[in-house]
Ligand binder design. Structure first.
Ligand SMILES: [Zn+2]
Length: 504
């Protein structure tokens, strides 16, 4: 049977500066969705990459004495390095300087132009290079761009414009028809009010002002605006303009994951661009919030910028993955507190999960000759529906909380049953029943945490003597009584060494 296609993307970071924990979270959220959907037996295309054109990059490259290409080659590699550091399971990586992307952008531009949505206009205005955007007076604070604290430059030139304003009604109709088009809901509502005031937008720059970009098809005096170029990466990644078969298979089953600051570029501009090109619109946008650090905005000046590799160093790979996904709900902003992270590491990982695995496998060594005991009467203590309900609404924090309740239940069960006392009393049937069910519970926990902590999941399943084939589905792994009596159980090393011990 052919697998159901599922297409998933991250926003592609603009590589004019070093990537930080905010990008790390974007990658992590998306990775959890990918790993989760694979366990429904779907064929997941998971695309990420780097956004490499535009004025800001051209200027930054000049500043550091490199050609733009050499500069983006280097920066793009740092993004790949971060994906590896975080154990992200992307299946593709796209760069907007690649040929396949350029082909898609050209094909896309032509479609929009042929349908009459692009026109040329002489335009003068205040342009902020930092934003890559024309500004109007009311956007400015004391004459300066509020984001960049610089005075925008007045520039006048002939540009191509996209008739964005013409799509207001179509966008509103679409939003009304698709109640979960943008999640969470408050981010969707922001866009609904934003659409009311749409204006046409400039989508090219004269080549005298900007050369680092894709030339407008048929007019080499103009270069395509970086957003109109970059957004098309979502089509390039599934072969638009280069591989029609793949494109038809995966578009538009797409879920886009992105940060709130670029929501309007996605759920408004990108959707309007697709409507203009008469291409199907995406299935869903998942919009996440921002991170502050100890109550403050991250900034180089303050010196509080967090980098994922430092957190991996402190908490280990899966420790870091767990803590970030548990502490930072997709649906809002979150604050990083080193103290809270350390406490949670100790309580949730070292204590609750680490101890459960250790206690159970240790008792099996002692009381069941190190093997899976006979199956008993205690079954099906797990309600997977509750877990899936949280996962479907992207409440990864709640899904993890849910699993940790199951873990706590098992720890309590051990304290109540006291298998050591049952063993002492010579009631082997009761010992077997308790330990078989605890091993099964561990197996199920290992699967439930798999999208979040793939390595830990693997370690636990290996200890339980389970072979993972990679084709398992949620439906299969939820069935009770899968462990085969007689299978040797490994005692294993502590899963989460105390924080004062160095992590490999
Ligand atoms: Zn600006």
């Amino acid at each position: 049977m052919e697998k159901q296609p599922f297409y998933l993307t991250t926003a592609i970071p603009y590589v004019n500066a070093e990537l930080h924990i905010g990008h790390g979270l974007l990658f992590l959220y998306t990775d959890v969705i990918a790993r989760y959907e694979r366990l429904f037996g779907k064929e997941v295309v998971f695309l990420t990459g780097t956004d490499e054109h535009g004025q800001k990059i051209a200027r930054k490259a000049e500043e550091v004495g490199k050609t733009p290409q050499a500069f983006v080659d280097e920066m793009s590699q740092t993004a790949r390095d971060m994906l590896q550091t975080l154990n992200i399971s992307n299946t593709d990586f796209i760069r907007t300087t690649e040929t396949r992307h350029r082909a898609a952008v050209e094909a896309f531009w032509k479609r929009v132009e042929e349908r009459g949505w692009i026109y040329k206009k002489r335009y003068g205005g205040l342009y902020c290079v930092g934003c890559e955007q024309f500004k109007i007076e009311k956007d400015l604070v004391d004459g300066l761009c509020p984001d960049h604290k610089v005075k925008p430059e007045y520039i006048e030139e002939e540009n191509y414009f996209f008739k964005l304003s013409a799509f207001k009604d179509q966008l509103l109709a679409l939003y009304a028809e698709r109640p979960d088009f943008v999640v969470p809901e408050h981010r969707f509502n922001e866009m609904k009010s934003f659409v009311a005031q749409l204006e046409d937008m400039s989508i090219s720059r004269a080549v005298e002002h900007l050369t680092w970009g894709i030339p407008v098809p048929g007019d080499s005096s103009q270069v395509i605006y970086v957003w109109f170029d970059a957004l098309v990466n979502y089509l390039s990644g599934v072969g638009f303009g280069t591989d029609q078969e793949m494109y038809e298979r995966f578009w538009p089953t797409v879920t886009h994951v992105l940060g709130k600051e670029i929501n309007r570029f996605h759920s408004v501009l990108w959707v309007a661009m697709l409507l203009a090109a008469e291409l199907p619109v995406p299935r869903q946008f998942v919009v996440h919030g921002w991170i502050t650090v100890e109550g403050q905005k991250m900034s180089k000046t303050i010196g509080n910028v967090l980098y994922p590799k430092d957190l991996v160093h402190t908490f280990g790979l899966d420790g870091m993955r767990y803590l970030l996904l548990r502490e930072f709900p997709v649906t809002g902003d979150g604050d990083y507190s080193a103290d809270r992270m350390q406490r949670r590491f100790a309580s949730d990982l070292a204590n609750d999960l680490g101890n459960l695995v250790f206690r159970v496998t240790n008792m099996v060594q002692k009381y069941c000759e190190g093997r899976v005991p006979a199956r008993g009467a205690r079954t099906a203590v797990f309600d997977h529906d509750g877990f899936h309900a949280h996962m479907r609404t992207y409440r990864f924090d709640l899904a993890l909380e849910f699993v940790w309740q199951l873990i706590a239940q098992q720890n309590r069960y051990i304290d109540e049953m006291k298998p050591w006392a049952l063993a002492k009393a010579g009631d082997q049937t009761a010992v077997d029943d308790a330990l078989y069910s605890l091993l099964e519970a561990l197996r199920q926990v290992a699967w439930l945490i798999r999208p979040f902590m793939p390595e830990t999941s693997q370690k636990i399943l290996t200890q339980l003597g389970m072979t993972v084939h990679g084709t398992e589905t949620w439906h299969e792994v939820a069935e009770w009584n899968q462990l085969v009596p007689g299978t040797p159980i490994e005692k294993g090393e502590p899963l989460f060494p105390r924080l004062d011990a160095p992590h490999a």
